[in-house]
Design a protein. Sequence first.
Length: 240
Amino acid sequence: MPRLTAVNSAGYNAPAALTADPVILAPLSGRLHVLLVRREEPPQQGRWALPGGFMNDDELPEQTAQRKLTEKTGVGGVYLEQLHTYGDPNRDPRGWIVSISYLALIDAAVLHEGATTARWFPVDDLPEVAFDHGAVIADGTERLRGKLWYSNIAVGLLPERFTMPQARRLYEAISGVTYEASNFRRELEQSGLVRGTGEVVKGVPGRPAMLYEFVERRPAWSPRRSRTPAAIRAGAVARS
């Protein structure tokens, strides 16, 4: 396939095209997954790829990312934040094609199975992916996990009122780490991201569990520099 070339109005070499690629992550079955689609045409036909594509000349990059995500997966209305720009001239065999990537964390249940060819894959067990999308996914995973203890990025994945065990299971799925229960509770309480409601879960066996809620349900940062809680020791059993 011949490489595309482009020259701007001043006569300088320029990228042949711009693309936008959304990195859509979700906890599923206790692990962090990424949403991929299979490429149906060359180059790298048959490989799995992020559900992005080429920008129209009347779109902002984020609009392209949203449009392509919906066209290719049926998932729409996702809150996206810009992740990174990838501009290596050799990243695409078709030519110098620059990609602007975006990141989102969603509930895996919004993907309607059978209505699309998109699939969830664990971020630590990817199939053969197209272009540099493996590096893009790794960057998105690192960004998300880095934000987990500094923002309320997980707010949409828990009930409005939740228990600490519920929160811990979600945070473990996203981070890939098993936390020591008491440390997890202390650090999340002290982060300033959540607060106790003064209510407990009733009608269940065992000691009543306190219910918590996020202080802010819109995207927000922690008011303190939260520490990542200690992981559970090998061979130990986590407490609820």
